[in-house]
Design a protein around this ligand. Structure first.
Ligand code: ZN
Ligand code: ZN
Length: 360
């Protein structure tokens, strides 16, 4: 204890000394300069090396959360970038994570529930300006994606004129503003028999249908690059289609909703006279997977790593995670992670490792 006090006293003395020598303003100025040198204009993704990298830009759900944005996973592979769903706040998380927006090739929607699309306007704007786009961003998704994209394009149309007028067409090329809907119909020429919706530069992206009934269709995606692979569930119950699609993947990103915890929230809402909200807590249990369901899917697919995202309710602290996970760790014996915003999951090419890092 005495030692601790002595260390704190020494640190305070140093701090007082620095303030006396340089002045408070000078210290702030130095800190600002250091942050500038370290962060601004530097491609933070360069250090990741060749491989398949998944950025957790939104590990949350529609529930309000100070730390978690709405559902969003972004992939960087072979110099190409892709975004899968763009929940509220997720695109700012990508900016904070140093995601290379200039390499963005396309955005994929799993389905059109609001929590998966409410950051789309920001994605299109950032993709346009920060990415210096000269063509609209392709937005793949189920039927209805055309209406969603047209709506966001219309909502941001006035803003786009401000950008063009203010920054000039070299920076804000009008041809690159907004999204271009690419509707995925399963068994359509857009998707070949293997469900391939994107293929280029060594990256293959496949689509498959999941079970988010009554939301039809709802999609999951599988991304392959240089022998490494990740599968993204989107919103789904336990899905045999997902299990089949994920076979041979290294990592499965699966949504998870703890039904007991949601039922308890519902019961408390009912007790406090909030019948409508209580009913919603009952309804949402039947079209999401529990952590145990996700673990069963990971086990059946034979993946080595399961990362849970779209967490409902999201554990506010590590100490709550065991309650949220329930029996999932007993069901799945591989690496099981509860994701958080800022997490980067890296699969280096030419290896079998799965590395986890934090952007902050
Ligand atoms: Zn949904
Ligand atoms: Zn959702």
């Amino acid at each position: 204890m005495k030692r601790k006090i002595a260390v704190i006293a020494a640190m305070l003395a140093i701090l007082v000394g620095l303030v006396l020598v340089f002045g408070r303003g000078a210290i702030a100025e130095r800190a600002f300069q250091a942050a500038l040198d370290k962060n601004v204009g530097i491609d933070q993704s360069a250090k990741l090396g060749d491989g398949l990298h998944v950025y957790v830009c939104g590990s949350g759900s529609p529930m309000p959360d100070a730390d978690r944005a709405g559902p969003c996973l972004a992939v960087l592979a072979g110099g190409q970038a892709f975004i899968f769903d763009s929940g509220s706040g997720s695109i700012r998380k990508l900016g904070r994570m140093g995601f290379p927006m200039g390499k963005l090739q396309a955005l994929f929607l799993t389905h059109l529930h609001s929590d998966h699309i409410d950051g789309l306007g920001e994605a299109l704007l950032q993709g346009w300006i920060a990415g210096g786009r000269s063509a609209q961003l392709p937005v793949y998704g189920p039927e209805g994606t055309d209406k969603v994209v047209a709506g966001f394009n219309a909502a941001y149309a006035t803003d786009s004129t401000y950008r063009v007028a203010h920054h000039g067409e070299k920076i804000a090329n009008p041809a690159g503003f907004g999204g271009l809907a690419r509707i995925i119909k399963l068994n359509d020429p857009l998707t070949d028999q293997d469900g391939i919706v994107y293929s280029g530069g060594g990256v293959t992206i496949r689509v498959f249908e999941v079970d988010h009934n009554p939301i039809k269709p709802a999609f999951g995606y599988r991304i392959d690059y240089k022998g490494r692979s990740v599968t993204i569930s989107g919103d789904t119950n336990y899905s045999a289609n997902l299990v089949a699609a994920a076979k041979g993947s290294d990592v499965l990103f699966h949504e998870a909703l703890n039904k007991q915890m949601i039922a308890a929230i519902g019961a408390k809402l009912a007790e406090r006279g909030q019948a409508n909200n209580a009913q919603i807590m009952t309804d949402i249990q039947n079209y999401h997977a529990s952590p145990e369901d996700a673990a069963r899917a990971a086990k059946a697919a034979g993946v080595g790593t399961l990362v849970l995202y779209h967490l409902v309710p999201a554990p506010p602290a590590k100490a709550i995670e065991p309650l949220f996970l329930g029996d999932a760790p007993k069901v799945f014996s591989g690496t099981l992670k509860v994701s958080q915003d800022g997490m980067i999951v890296s699969l280096p090419s030419g290896g079998s490792q799965v590395k986890f890092s934090e952007a902050w």
